[in-house]
Ligand binder design. Sequence first.
Ligand SMILES: Nc1ncnc2c1ncn2[C@@H]1O[C@H](COP(=O)(O)OP(=O)(O)O)[C@@H](O)[C@H]1O
Ligand SMILES: [Mg+2]
Length: 156
Amino acid sequence: MKVSFETESDRETIELGRKLGSLLTKGDVVALIGDLGGGKTCFTKGVALGLDVDKETVVTSPSFTLVNVYEGHLPLYHMDGYRLEGVQEFIDAGLEEYFYKDGVAVLEWADKCLQLLPPWHLKVRFEILSPVSRKITFEGTHPRSEDILIRLVEEN
Ligand SMILES: Nc1ncnc2c1ncn2[C@@H]1O[C@H](COP(=O)(O)OP(=O)(O)O)[C@@H](O)[C@H]1O
Ligand SMILES: [Mg+2]
């Protein structure tokens, strides 16, 4: 199942992320794909809000730390594969285990480790249409991610 949305501002992208975040449950894995500036971190801010992470908390790209953990009604594990050379480095850094913990994993540059993603992951692709607009395409190929998408569409 594939669903696309267009957002016309970073605020709209945050709002879409917030809606997704409110639908996520323990063990969900959200795989973000798209160029620098596409809106992956912006969208993750929204996911954090949807998980009830304090809105004063600043969500930034975890490029150097590899993973940032935010406390919401579920923990949010925000990861970034940008600097990783390959899947082995991802595994060695202990990042794979965040897919199987008590919270929700959101991974930027997920195309760097597609083969490690559990089958129920939800892909989110970001395309830059103009300086202020983005096409955001969700794709799920497992009943679990499809169920999330059906509910996201119902809310929009
Ligand atoms: N519709 C939009 N959605 C998301 N970000 C947008 C949008 N329009 C403009 N922007 C800007 O694009 C940039 C996206 O940055 P960021 O979320 O860090 O991207 P990424 O993490 O994919 O590199 C921000 O500066 C944001 O203000
Ligand atoms: Mg980013």
